[in-house]
Design a protein around this ligand. Structure first.
Ligand SMILES: Cc1ncc(COP(=O)(O)O)c(C=O)c1O
Length: 394
């Protein structure tokens, strides 16, 4: 029996051992393979068919770095195989192109990541795909939107910026009954707190740029697929020339090793900060399904095993300049579009701007917060200072 077969089966143990089937001169880590050319043993080897791209034949199509990262991700999310990409958005766009062609109908959640929406609106619609955005809370009611030409259903749970939790099992059951492919953006839960394939999803996509890499230093995407979905997604990646750089794959694989520890810490800090924020007079609402007050809490509790520390805070009405003064005053929270790294971030935001099927209502301005790995008490002290500045700037 190989070491691989005897290793422990708990998720934490799998994080330490996934993607390490090959040993490279005894190194614990699979090194970044800087390889475009990969040599064949002989002409017979060159001519042998490899319909599933299982072999490493050319750097862009697969090399030991991508193979190791993909194996670890497939194991983490319980998929057949994974396909790696140069960014999360590339994973999304390639997976959508794998299934949608001119004349097909595609359903996309209204709560999706903004650039996903724009790709669907500008590029897929331009290529002749009928794109329809739907209410993220529609649940089993999605069936009423299915048309004879509906090919794919795109979900994101919880949604970007607004964090609605979708009834994924009900939606995937309806889609499966009609042969409709389901894809889900799983970046928020990082495959650690949520395994979409268990809930009927065909392709679970992550911006591995975020929690998987975990250190704000890589651009990486991944699509974890069922056996049926793998071939179309990999084919689309090959046809589009999509691939990830070996340094970023290395960083993604290294991030996986500490993913569980980091996610538990993000969650603990997220809950502490959200609790403190909820007690503040400046705060109207917190959009965070891990809190019992959140409308998505019961679905989250049913399907997820935890929460990352990314949520949105709705403030009571204050002038925009006061919010800017507060955000500018923070010293431990950087102002940035991303999340998932060790450092906390804050971002003034407005989900209402990217909606078409539903209306996002808020009485005051919103800020999204990513809780990093700092001491929660220090982060709270920083926010307290920010609120004091907000008060004086009104
Ligand atoms: C939910 C979600 N999906 C996808 C992406 C895109 O990831 P990337 O920046 O790696 O393309 C992001 C980036 O912010 C995101 O938040």
């Amino acid at each position: 029996m190989s070491k691989d077969e005897t290793r422990g089966g708990s998720p934490t143990t799998r994080l330490s051992h996934g993607g390490r089937k090959q040993a490279y001169a005894g190194a614990v880590n699979v090194p970044p393979f800087r390889a475009s050319t990969i040599l064949f043993d002989d002409v017979d080897h060159l001519n042998r068919a490899d319909p599933d791209w299982l072999e490493t034949r050319y750097g862009r199509i697969g090399n030991p770095s991508s193979r190791a990262f993909e194996e670890a991700m497939a194991e983490l999310e319980g998929g057949y195989r994974a396909v790696s990409f140069g960014s999360g958005l590339q994973a999304i766009t390639t997976a959508l192109l794998a299934f949608c062609k001119a004349g097909d109908h595609l359903l996309v959640t209204d709560s999706c990541y903004g650039p996903t929406r724009e790709f669907c609106r500008q590029m897929l619609a331009g290529l002749g795909v009928e794109v329809e955005f739907y209410d993220p809370l529609i649940g089993a009611g999605i069936e009423a939107l299915f048309r004879p030409n509906t090919r794919a259903l795109f979900l994101e749970s919880p949604g970007s910026l607004s964090f609605e939790v979708q009834d994924v099992p009900a939606m995937t059951a309806a889609a499966r009954a009609r042969g409709i492919v389901t894809l889900l953006d799983n970046t928020w839960a990082a495959g650690w707190f949520y395994r979409p394939l268990k809930h009927g999803v065909d392709v679970s996509i992550q911006a591995a740029t975020k929690f998987i890499a975990g250190h704000a230093d890589a651009n990486l995407g991944v699509a974890v697929c069922t056996e049926d979905a793998f071939r179309p997604v990999k084919t689309a990646a090959v046809l589009l020339g999509a691939c990830a750089g070996s340094e970023d794959l290395y960083l993604g694989l290294r991030g996986i090793r500490t993913l569980g520890l980091r996610m538990e810490r993000h969650q603990r800090t997220g809950l502490a900060l959200a609790q403190w924020l909820a007690s503040r007079p400046e705060v109207a609402r917190i959009l965070y399904p891990a809190r019992p007050e959140d409308p998505g809490h019961s679905l989250w509790k049913r399907d997820f095993t935890g929460a990352s520390g990314l949520f949105t805070v709705e403030l009571k009405p204050v002038p925009r300049r006061a919010v800017s003064a507060m955000v500018d005053a923070l010293t431990l929270f950087g102002i940035g579009f991303s999340y998932g790294g060790f450092e906390s971030l804050v971002l003034p935001t407005n989900p209402a701007k990217s909606r078409s099927a539903t209306e996002f209502k808020a009485e005051g301005p919103l800020v999204r917060i990513h809780c990093g790995l700092e001491e929660p008490a220090d982060l709270i002290a920083d926010l307290e200072k920010g609120f004091a500045i907000m008060e004086t700037a009104q």
